[in-house]
Structure formats: C-alpha cells, structure tokens
Design a protein. Structure first.
Length: 254
C-alpha cells in the first residue's frame, strides 16, 4: 500500500511522471465512486453507453487536479479534486445532450406549472396543485418525475454552478467579462438561490444538504430519512425543477 502523503511530497519536489502515475492509480477508485453517483441518475438506456466515457473524462479531470493541487494549502485532495472530476463528467453529458426532446418537454411543463401557480397564488405550489395543473393524478405526476430523473444532475450542478462546481453559472445571463456590474449581479443571483433554498420544506433542504454537501447517495439518504430510494429520487428531481422555475420567475423581466 502506497503512503499517499509521501507520494505527494515527492511529486511536489520532482513532478515525476512515474510518481504522478502512482497517484493516479491510487485515486482511480475515487473517480469510479463519483462516476457511479452520476450514473445512478441517468435513464437505463443511457447508463451503459455513457459509463465508460464518464470514467475516462473523470480520469482526465483527476490528472488535471493532480497537476494543480497544492499540498501546502492543507485541504484534502479529494475535496479539491471532486469538483474538477465531476465537472469534467458533467461537461461530457452536456456535450452529448443525452436528454431526449420528450424528457425536456416534460421538465419544461412542470417548471411552467410551478411558475404559473406560484405567480397566481404568491405561495409555494403543492404536489396536488401541480398535478391538477398538468391534468393528471398525483401518482402520474410522480411517474413523470421518475422518468425525468436523469435531469437531476443537470439543473443544480450545471445550471447553477460553473465547471468547477464553485459558483453560479451566469455566463449566459451577464457574459464573461469581469466587470463591477457582473460581480454585483453574480452576488445577487447567489443570494437569490440561497433564499430559494431557505424557502424549501425542511425535508427538501435536508435532502439537498445530504446529497450535495455530505455526498450521500440517494439510497443512503433514503435510509437516513426512512424513505425508498425511488421516493428520494422523486423528491430530488422535484426540488431541482422547483428551484429552477423559481429562479426563472424571479428573473423573468431581466
């Protein structure tokens, strides 16, 4: 078993390709773990086709992270690298555009229903209200959430965050220029998202915290909350659609 701390010290001094290869080998299980977390959200017909590509892109992200990591900053490499590895994987999903036209249309219908109901009532839309608006039973609404669960990795990690999953991705809204105005608007949008998350139900906020900050799988979250993995997946998808629709509603006059 390699002494990882010693490897990092040697790599910092020598930048040896041999040591880098040993570091890569050590962290390959971590790349696989992150890939599996993303894959669990994808539709069945996509999983097998994209699995190898995700793993390869994750390794590329890992290599980039190893080359940029500074051991003197006293942070865990996994914390530093996970953002780049997951960002690389999400990039390939965005390029592949794996979500079918029908799935996107279903998601947009739900987003629109949230926007319309909450604009009309000034209150958070309930599942019953959304189901009625869509002209279906609540079970049919939940079935749609199951079908579009592949979108779960897109809104919060791609719509809200940049490639390194650090900041709100506002390039399409305010451009790339680092101006005073763009900084002000970026901070305003971050504040808006934080406020929207605060307005979620307690269970919904907890699921976000367990998934994105504590990095539990949906199955593990289900065990914590005494819910089925399928139900957690439904709630997770619904949360992201709610956040996206609420964010659009706040900024519809921009």
């Amino acid at each position: 078993m390699e002494n990882i701390n010693e490897l990092w010290k040697i790599y910092k001094k020598t930048k040896s390709d041999d040591v880098k290869e040993r570091l890569i080998k050590n962290y390959l299980p971590f790349v696989k773990y992150l890939a599996e977390r993303i894959i669990q959200h994808l539709p069945k017909d996509i999983k097998e086709n994209i699995k190898e590509d995700l793993y390869i892109e994750g390794i590329i992200g890992l290599i980039e992270a190893i080359e940029k990591f500074d051991i003197d900053k006293k942070i865990k490499f996994e914390t530093f690298a996970s953002k780049r590895i997951r960002g690389a994987m999400i990039d390939i999903l965005r390029k592949e555009d794996f979500l079918s036209k029908n799935i996107r249309e279903q998601a947009k219908r739900i987003e629109k229903a949230y926007i319309e109901i909450e604009s009309e009532t000034g209150k958070k839309a309930t599942d019953d209200e959304i189901s009625k608006k869509l002209g279906m039973t609540k079970d049919e609404f939940y079935d749609i959430l199951n079908k579009i669960k592949g979108i779960s990795i897109i809104p919060l990690e791609l719509f809200l965050f940049d490639r390194d999953l650090k900041e709100i991705n506002l390039e399409n809204l305010i451009g790339r220029e680092n101006t005073i105005l763009s900084d002000i608007e970026r901070n305003e949008c971050i504040s808006q998202i934080a406020n929207l998350i605060e307005q979620l139900e307690t269970e919904e906020r907890l699921i976000l915290e367990l998934y994105y900050w504590d990095e539990l799988t949906l199955k593990e979250i289900g065990q914590v909350l005494n819910l089925s993995e399928s139900r957690v997946s439904q709630i997770h998808t619904k949360i992201l659609l709610k956040l996206k629709s609420a964010y659009k509603n706040l900024n519809k006059e921009r």
